[in-house]
Ligand binder design. Sequence first.
Ligand code: TPP
Length: 361
Amino acid sequence: MNQPERNTINFEDILNRKEKCNVLFFNYDNEAFMNTGIQESGGTPSYASTTTGPAGELIPGKIGVKQDLVTPFAFYGTKKLFLATTNPAYPADFMGKVADALKSNGSAFIQAYSDCMRGWRHGAEDALKISKMATDCGYWPLYTVRVEDGRPIFSYYRGLDIDKDKFVEYLKSMGRFRHLFRPKFLEKNIDEIIYYTEQRNNKLKDLFEKFGAEKPVDFYKVDRKALEPQQHLHPGHGLCPGCGAGMVLNQMATAAYAVAGKNIVYVNNTSCSEVSTSKDNLTSWKVPWVHHLFESGATIADAISTTKKILKSKGLYKNEIPYVIHIGGDGSTYDIGFQFLKSALIRTSSFVEMNDYLNQK
Ligand SMILES: Cc1ncc(C[n+]2csc(CCOP(=O)(O)OP(=O)(O)O)c2C)c(N)n1
C-alpha cells in the first residue's frame, strides 16, 4: 500500500495568516465530572468506575460507551469549521492545532485528552506516560476535520490502529479499571471496551475514505524552543499535582499567546480549570477571563466575539477584535451545556462574511 502523503504545516506560516477565528471552543476531557467528586459523564469510557457508577459485584462500572463528540459536529451543516482532537503528550500537534484553529475563519472546536490522576486513580508521575499510551494504543486518535463551504475534509496524525497489548496495559495502569483485572479477570468486558473503540476507529477510517484530504496526514512543525513562555496564566493554581489539565492549559495558552499576544478573552465554564484558577478575589489569569455556567459559557463567548465585531463594523469599537477561547470540561460539554455549545459553535462558524468584511476594512 502507498504511504499516505504528509501535509506539513509550519507554525510560523500559521501565525502569518490573516484569518481570525470567531470563538475557539475548547473541551478538556478528563472523562468525568471531576471537581464535584468524579461523577460519570458522557465522556466516561465503558466500565470505568466513578462515584455514580461504582464498580461492584454486579455492575462493573459505566454501562454504555464513550460518546463520539467531535465527528458529529462536521455534519450539522456549517460554512467553516475547524475540529480536532489533541493530546498534551504530543505537544507539537497540540499547539499547532490550537494555532491553526485560532487562525481559521468561522469557528473551531478542540477536544483535548486530559489525564486526571485523582479520578483515574494512578500516581501523579504517570500522567504523561498514560497520556502518551492513550494515543499509541488507539484509544485517543489524533485527527482533524476542516469544514469548507459546508463539506468536511478529514485528516489525521496518529492513533487510528488498535494495539491490543498496549490497550490492556493502558487499562491496567489506572485504578478506575482495576476491577476488570482482579479479583476476577473480566476478559469479556475488557474485550468489549477494545471492540467499541475499534468500531469508533473503523468509522473514522470510513470517513477518511469518503471525506479524506488529498494529503491525509497533518504534520505540524513547531520550533518549541523559539516559542515564548505563555503570559496568560500565572504559575500559581490549585490543580492536583500531575494534573493533565495543567499540561493542557499550558500548551493551549502557549499557542494562543503566540497567536494573540494578550489580545484575548477566556470564558471558562464551571470546572476544575475554573475553580483551580480563581479563588475568591484572586485569579491566576493575567488576561480577561470570565467564569460562566455550564449552560451559558458558550453563549457568552459567542456574545463577546460577535458584539465586538458588530460594534467594529459600525465604527464604534476602535481596538483590534480580541481572540476568544471558551473552556469547558467534559461534563459541561457532553452533557449539561451541550445544546448551548452546539448552537454557539454552529452560529459562529457561519459568521464568515463579517470576518472578511472586517479584514478588508
Ligand atoms: C447545571 C449545573 N449542574 C451542576 C453544577 C455543579 N457543578 C459544578 S462543576 C461540576 C463538575 C464539572 O465537570 P466537568 O465539566 O467534567 O469539569 P471538571 O470538573 O472535570 O474539570 C458540577 C457538576 C453546575 N455548576 N451547574
